[in-house]
Design a protein around this ligand. Sequence first.
Ligand SMILES: Cc1ncc(COP(=O)(O)O)c(C=O)c1O
Length: 400
Amino acid sequence: MTARRSARTRAARLGEAESRVGSARALADGLHPTTVWAFDDLDAVDAWYEGRSPDTFLYYRNGGPNPAALEAAVADLEGAEAGVAAGSGMAAISGAFLAVAQAGDHIVSDQSVYGGTTVLLRTELARLGIATTFVDATDPAAVAAAIRPTTKIVHVESLSNPLLRCPDLSVLAEIAHRAGAILSVDNTFASPILLRPCEHGADIITHSLAKYLGGHSVAVGGVAVGRASIVAAARDRLIRFGGTIGAFDAWMTLQGMKTLPLRMAAHAQNGARVARALADRADIVRVYYPGLTDHPDHVVASRLFPDGLGGMLSFDVGSAATARAFFAAGAEIGIPLAPSLADTRTTVSYPAGTSHRALSRHERYAIGVTDGLIRLSVGIEDADDIVADLDAALTRAKTA
Ligand SMILES: Cc1ncc(COP(=O)(O)O)c(C=O)c1O
């Protein structure tokens, strides 16, 4: 038996085995854009429906070779039993929630999660009769106090968007499991290279593939991996609601994942360097990076993330006017204002005006998303160049 290879080796060698052409085979994995598969006879169709031909595909919404390869790859890197790919991160989260919760059930969510998730819980799931209580999930007592007999899910982000809060996953898993609920972790900011929530008791893990897993801002999708029974139920919801991923996005994401370990190491190294540089500036009110000792979750984060804290951080420049001037200067200098994250190049975003726009000002301030908050996705460029560009943009913003 060969020893299990490291994540770096497994990632570099991702891709399905191709069928042979003559006496050789393509090294790169194939793209299968077909929407449907042709069968030799009706018996073969019956075999598919009855689960007797597991490696066969029927129709794109039910899966295909490229989504299947992607699902297996993410499940492998996360150390999860199974995975299902979806058309977006929100589709994956919706599929995961609806796999477990139904009308009359209750969810406890961290208050400091991606604004789109907050809105999903508050509007669409509420409409379906699923109630949510939002708490500070870095306070386990608050999570425990919010649990009801009907609670089915405790949901958190391993590194929250945008303030990089870092809940203690194993403590939350214990609280959830004691109540008969599951722990759901959005691991988008961390990636499985820096943290594998399954190892800390999480039951279902979601990602927006448009972020680190894809890594180049060219492919969209989402994925939910974790316990096989939950993944199977999420797959049913995604097939019925119509939230599956296309072959091209699945294939493109897999190309990006081949370099994920190398990229995450570079993002983490640059993230730590840039956080320190920003923290040294007198004109910045506050830097949110869990690697800095003044971050409220520094101790928990240092324990959970031995390989670094990634490339996401936020900093507060004090006012909306300064933020506006910084974005204009950055756009000229070469730090694009782009409301996504995890590209190879450094980008910035404005949570108050994008991801958290649907929250009231009062709600935003309650979780720390102020008018002066800038979210920075530190890329894999030379760290000196990133720091120089940020210095230039900040200096220009101050004098604007
Ligand atoms: C942490 C996090 N989770 C989920 C999502 C949603 O992903 P998508 O936009 O692919 O639906 C985002 C989007 O920015 C995010 O930042």
